[in-house]
Design a binder for this molecule. Sequence first.
Ligand SMILES: Cc1ncc(COP(=O)(O)O)c(C=O)c1O
Length: 484
Amino acid sequence: MDYKDIPILKALKDYAEEGLSYFHMPGHKGGNVFKKTGLTEFDIELLRMDVTEVPGIDNLHCPEGAIETAQERAAKAFGAEHTFFLVNGTTGGIYSMIMAATKPGDKVIIPRNCHRAVTGAVILGKLHPVYISPEFDVRLEIASGISTEAVLKAVQQNPDAKAVVVTNPTYYGVCSDLEKLAEIAHSHNMLLLVDEAHGAHFAFNKRLPKSALECGADMVAQSTHKTLTSMTQSSMLHVRSERVDIDKLKLFLQLTQTTSPSHILLASLDTARYIMQEKGEKLLDDVIDWCDSFRKEMEAVKGIHCLGSKDIGRDGIYDFDRTRLTVNLSELNISGTEADKLLRSKFKLQVEMADLNNIVAICSVGDTESDIEKLAQALKHIASDAPEKHKTSGYKPKIYSKIPKMELMPWEAVYRQSEDVPLMQSVGCISGEMIIPYPPGIPIVMPGEVITREILDYALDCLYNGIKINGVKDAGLKFIQVLK
Ligand SMILES: Cc1ncc(COP(=O)(O)O)c(C=O)c1O
């Protein structure tokens, strides 16, 4: 192994091997304390490399050594002009890219079902959100991609907006037509900012959807830890655009991230890039083949439907991630959440996510063919077992796509005092919290928006039919927080 191709890892390894006594942070002193106390679960060899910015180890916030080189290599590998390593997840990247593209009071066009990191940026940046409803796929019963028509309408109605934010792919692996969206945003003088948390692998195999950078996005935040191989919390932000103020972006990266970044996390980002550059295409080819076989095998199972090529073109599904296994079980007598529990308890398999009718399994270059085959076999068992043993309500999630009246900006609502009121007394009040039935995961009310009877009826219908309500303090919806 030639460590010079993984510069951060090399710097840490060289330092750890120098045989120094550590009179610097962190206080575990190269893992010594775990040796002393017998807590050997913590890997001492790794912890020798968990060091602070001593000479020879670069500084994330003003890199001029190993981190600078590693970021440059990552930029080249991912097709960016600038790449920034992130230690506060994609969340920190999303905060930074949105706030670097705007100033307080600016409008941003965002999907109504965006990740809370986007909503967080809207609050922190005191922005004016303009929502676009995602499409809803009736077959899989999931919120799907963003249509070009919806984005075009939003930019035409809000020519003063500064940016369009898109989640691509979605958690379920659905992709929108990003090239068109980039064209629309740019022709209206707006930036296209992509939350590509689930698509960091796209750049490394042509059989996958095009990466957001390739499609023309200006800034892209990716969770390297989700679909590539870096450690939890480590992500990347890529820029390829003349429209971005890099100095402002750097400032926001400093404001949203710790001054004590873990160099182990940074080395894991460096290593993830190295693995993908050296072997990514072949490793992904294998995973895609195994996932294709999985989908083919599942096609023959009555009652199971996987997101796949045949779904392209329907309900906002422009493309899909072939490494993601989104399995709809709604024709079986078992819910996604029950199947999730069975997969764990009976088959020793843990999937990423389950909702009322689907399970979602993330596959990556770390998987083996036999693991994916185990999942296929387990699902076949569950399907053959389901008709007799499992019962579900058969409820189909519906979509509520009306956007309520926004009386206050989300950030204004956050600073107002709120109180709990019985749900039915909240009609006409300004909401202090979000109500997000999951699925489909689209907020029906946001802080600062006016609660209507129709919204409450929809929320109660969801709750009654076993759909989880996220975003609220009282998930049983007896009370709701409204602004005083
Ligand atoms: C669509 C999406 N965006 C952003 C994030 C935030 O990423 P991170 O956990 O790396 O901060 C997530 C995390 O689950 C996500 O699913």
